[in-house]
Write a protein that binds this ligand. Sequence first.
Ligand SMILES: [Zn+2]
Length: 434
Amino acid sequence: MASHNTKTLVIRHGTLIDGAGHPAIANDTIVVEGNRIRSIGRLPEDIRLDDQDTVHVIDATGHWIMPGLIDGHCHLSFGFPQMGPVPSARGTTNPGFSALRAARNAQQVLRSGVTSLAVPGGTWFIDVALRDAIAAGVLAGPRIACAGNFIVTYGSIIDNEPSWVGTPEHALGVLANNVDEMITEVRRQCKNGVDFIKLADSTWGDTQTIAPEELAAIAQEAHRRQVRVTIHSRGAGSTRAAAEAGLDWIMHADLATAEELDVVAEAGIPLMPTMTFLQRALEVGHEFERGSGELDLIKRNWDSAVGMLERARTLGITILCGTNSGNSPMMPYGQLHAHEPEILVCYGGYTPLEAIAACTRNNAFVMGLEHDVGVLEAGRLADILLLDSDPLADIRVLQGGQHLAMVIKDGRVVDHNGAEETEPALALQMPALA
Ligand SMILES: [Zn+2]
């Protein structure tokens, strides 16, 4: 990792997309001092570009400058999939191994231009540890805001085992079947340093597995501890209940109809559709042993979600961007983090500018950094991408890091070409996770 944070970083020229939704403009200068943006616009008079001891000049002529991407939904520490050479049982590895692999995953994510990442659920408190290690400079990676285990009831997603087996310790979920157990779990997770609480209703939204009064109790306890709450909610009823309970954002909402979306809009709660996973499953799911019955459900949910997305836009509901990268072997790290904006443009009627704002400015909310990241303006943290192609002409140039000319995170230039030295083996077998 090259570092220039002791020097003043000066990015000259280029076309600026600020991430706040303003039209792109030809820019003169961005000045970065330490890890924050000092100014955008005219070159400040006290900066001498020829003083190479104190100033590092980057010429962005012919490039597009935008905030670092934020993926609002990526899992780094699934205990799955099994890897051939690693001893495991019941589809998991040990926490130490999972932590090391999560660190590698985080590095791949950063190199693709994702400078901030929200992790809605993982195993043990691996993501908390990884967040802190990255923040402490132990290793390179995106900023992380994370939950702990999903809080689930019997029959929710992740509760895949029979009740006499229970929910294994390595699972993403932790069972809590009444309000007392849920509040105790919220307190346990807060004590262990999560940024937000993740609840999870049923896998595909066919049943509602968490009661409205349980949602309300969790929201109250989490908010008292100044922690936000989100939910995996594909169903109509759970989406309505989550909005009424005052959760902070809702993931998926696939099956929400006009009626439930009115409630969401009224409550002013953002939605994170995360349709990238559905689209990817429909494209390649059969290659990853996804059964036809499950793919039929996914197709049903995709069709409904397209209508949901369009309607959410007309209702003025804030849309957040997440991809569910890392939730299964068909969702590889570093490749899919900017597919959601393409879906917003192609299926939701969003402009490329709006789609970029959704995965920068809007997503800053799930990081709890709405005043610090997601927009390029003086005073914000210096998370900046340089692209060699115009994402407003073709939103797909954001994908997979293929048009990245430079990644700057926290005022430091990231070595985004860091070649992978190894290609770990992945097995296909894993439980159905959504
Ligand atoms: Zn997920």
